[in-house]
Design a protein around this ligand. Structure first.
Ligand code: PLP
Length: 401
């Protein structure tokens, strides 16, 4: 299709078209592949073939859990598939209140509020709490939704070196002491799998009178003996002011939340635009999320199995000579170097039945392209061994081993 005139939009469309067609011609396009079927917790059917799933966020293997499916079906029978609009008007259902109470309890907070996605949560919360006169101090590897929230707030945006507490302290020192400041970081970094140094971040926030917001997208169900997340992991209950999380990873649903002080939640409920101007989470998804938090507490074996599987995967890949960077969790980067190596390793692995995906620049710095592999509680040890053998062969084939 042609365009009646040339402009910046047309240039962008054409540049993307060109880039995608080069990648597709080289048989290196692995994004947006539809999964047609679940085969148990750790296997999927893709392009007519069964593959081991090593790219899932469903860390505890809860997608398809019978109790969670049943809760969703029951909510559909009771409420239908949609809501009557935004939460503040006719969109609030009892399932939303149950979900928020469950989250507040699980996160040991006074109250919680939910939004339609994790992305919207970060955008809305940061931009509601901060304005032009304020400061936000963000880890360099924070998720894009945090960065976008910081930019949208208009606050002065300072970044500190990844998980580097001297760098955070020097940033905090630069800010006038009376200014409003928010420090924000992922609990588990989404591309690297390492854990933020919470004890030191908390100490610095107290010293410099800064608020602390932590994004627990990849730590709920993953960290802590009962899966409650990073405060439980470090034995620091009550240390985070704004506990943000998603309902789309360990919790097999959709949505995002913040748990914290009840007056803070009241402010967000009445002032955050992502809550006021966007529709409520559908009833099936709200009920599924509530049930999932209960399943985590009722089935603690999943947390132990996840941690065993992550340890097995990380140490096995290292023994095979692969570089898993600084990960300490179920997100396991396998460093490939150049983007082409990551594409070649993905192609080899997927052809051999291991579903991993490449992460390349600009999502990660040039030269640090990687497979972003994950394990879950649903994997068996023998499957993990097989997957690691295939990833090793892929590394040899791509010339990085
Ligand atoms: C750290 C982090 N925060 C927020 C989000 C956004 O969450 P959602 O996908 O539920 O919108 C993600 C998603 O990948 C994430 O990794």
């Amino acid at each position: 299709m042609g365009y009646p005139f040339e402009d910046g939009i047309v240039n962008r469309i054409n540049a993307m078209k060109q880039r995608l067609s080069t990648i597709r011609e080289a048989d290196m396009y692995y994004y947006n592949q539809p999964i047609s079927e679940l085969r148990g917790g750790a296997k999927v059917f893709v392009n007519g073939r069964e593959m081991g799933m090593y790219a899932s966020y469903s860390y505890l293997g809860l997608i398809g859990h019978k109790r969670i499916n049943a809760a969703a079906k029951k909510a559909i029978d009771r409420f239908g598939t949609g809501t009557h609009g935004v939460r503040s008007l006719a969109g609030t259902l009892t399932v939303h209140q149950e979900l928020e109470d469950t989250i507040a309890n699980f996160k040991k907070a006074e109250a919680a509020i939910t939004y339609s996605s994790g992305y919207v949560t970060n955008l809305s919360v940061v931009s509601t709490l901060l304005g032009r006169e304020d400061y936000v101090i963000s880890d360099k590897l924070n998720h894009a939704s945090i960065v976008d929230g910081c930019l949208m707030s208009g606050a002065k945006f300072l970044r500190f070196k990844h998980n580097d507490m001297d760098s955070l302290e020097s940033r905090l020192t630069q800010i006038p002491s009376g200014a409003t400041k928010l420090v924000i970081a992922d609990a588990v970094f989404s591309m690297d799998g390492d854990i933020v140094d919470l004890p030191k971040v908390v100490e610095l926030c107290r010293k410099f009178r800064a608020w602390l917001m932590i994004d627990e997208a990849h730590s709920v169900g993953v960290l802590g003996s009962t899966g409650r997340g990073i405060e439980e992991h470090f034995g620091l209950d009550g240390s985070i002011d704004i506990k943000m999380g998603t309902l789309s990873k360990t919790i097999p649903s959709i949505g995002g939340y913040v748990a914290g002080n009840k007056d803070l939640i009241e402010l967000l409920r009445h002032a955050s635009r992502g809550y006021i101007f966007s529709a409520a989470i559908p009833p099936a998804q709200a009920a599924a999320a509530t049930e999932a938090f209960k399943v985590i507490l009722d089935e603690p074996w999943r947390i132990h199995k996840l941690s065993e599987n992550a340890g097995h995967f990380i140490s096995g890949l290292k023994q095979r000579g692969l570089d898993t960077m600084l990960t300490q969790t179920a997100i396991v980067p396998v460093l490939c170097g150049k983007d082409e190596n990551a594409f070649a390793m993905t192609r080899y692995s997927q052809k051999a039945g291991v579903f991993v995906l490449p992460v390349v620049s600009p999502a990660v710095p040039v030269g640090l392209a990687r497979l972003r592999a994950t394990v879950t509680a649903a994997h068996e040890s023998s499957d993990i061994e097989m997957a690691m053998d295939i990833i090793e062969e892929a590394g040899i084939n791509a010339g990085i081993l």
